[in-house]
Ligand binder design. Structure first.
Ligand code: PLP
Length: 254
């Protein structure tokens, strides 16, 4: 914060390490300082987290992800008071972005199943996170629903479900070879679709950072981010286990 600060922008849980921010605390602090708060609620979804109730001013979503839910549209969403929305809309009218009717149609149709999809993805993610936590080839699992995760208590307080996103680090195996061996989970940069997808933050979202900068924020080369879909949780566990078994230990590769 400096005397010039006008907005605090947060994300919770964050991409890709699922760090949990105490939303209510930030909102209260910002109100005392008369600073506007914005949260990116994409990972949590409106099903699992409602930041306006925690006194955040403006909530944004990548509608491309869970709201669309089928990896076939690109849009965004802003949720706030009428007063703030008027200002945003008047700027939007000047700048000119508007969705075409096909995307509106797909989005409206998808939103009808948002709750069902996210509840199932949340359930599946918990099963997969627990499975990975117990797996000997996995070093760390980042999921707010695990009771030994740093943000668990805050997440339990401010979320109604822990969401469908998780990340993990593989021990002593090439993460890219592991991704190639997966049969059900597809490599893809986007997230929140009905199909499970996986990506390496080092090679995608964080590729423009230096290796040192990535390490400083905890994004290692063995980190993989998994977006859980609607497949059977046992199939997902088996896919992950089979792929881990197929990739040799780095120490054994000449
Ligand atoms: C958390 C989060 N917010 C926003 C965005 C931007 O979304 P869009 O692709 O709809 O511009 C992304 C994209 O990956 C994201 O992961």
């Amino acid at each position: 914060m400096t005397p010039k600060t006008k907005v605090i922008v947060i994300e919770s849980p964050t991409n890709p390490l699922l760090a949990v921010v105490d939303i209510e605390k930030i909102a209260q602090f910002a109100r005392e300082k008369q600073v506007t708060t914005i949260i990116d609620n994409t990972f949590a979804t409106p099903v699992n987290q409602t930041p306006l109730e925690l006194r955040i001013d403006i909530v944004v979503h990548s509608g491309t992800k869970y709201l669309g839910g089928h990896s076939d549209l690109c849009c965004g969403m802003v949720v706030c008071s009428h007063e703030k929305m008027e200002k945003i809309l008047s700027l939007a009218r000047v700048l000119g972005p508007s969705l075409d009717s096909r995307i509106c149609y797909l989005l409206e149709r998808s939103m009808k199943t948002l709750v069902l999809r996210v509840n199932e993805q949340t359930k599946n993610a918990m099963v997969v996170a627990q499975f990975l936590s117990d797996h000997p080839d996995i070093a760390n699992v980042y999921y707010p629903g695990l009771d030994n995760f740093e943000g668990y208590e805050i997440a339990k307080h401010q979320m109604t479900g822990f969401g469908g996103m998780l990340s993990f680090e593989i021990k002593d195996k090439d993460p890219n070879r592991f991704v190639e061996e997966l049969k059900i989970i597809s490599p893809a940069v986007s997230l929140g679709g009905v199909e499970s997808t996986i990506c390496s933050p080092t090679l995608t979202s964080h590729v423009k950072m230096s290796a040192g900068e990535r390490l400083r924020i905890g994004v290692t080369d063995s980190l993989l981010r998994l977006s859980i879909g609607l497949e059977d949780a046992d199939d997902l566990k088996q896919d992950l286990d089979n792929a881990l078994k197929k990739v040799p230990d780095i120490n054994q590769v000449k």
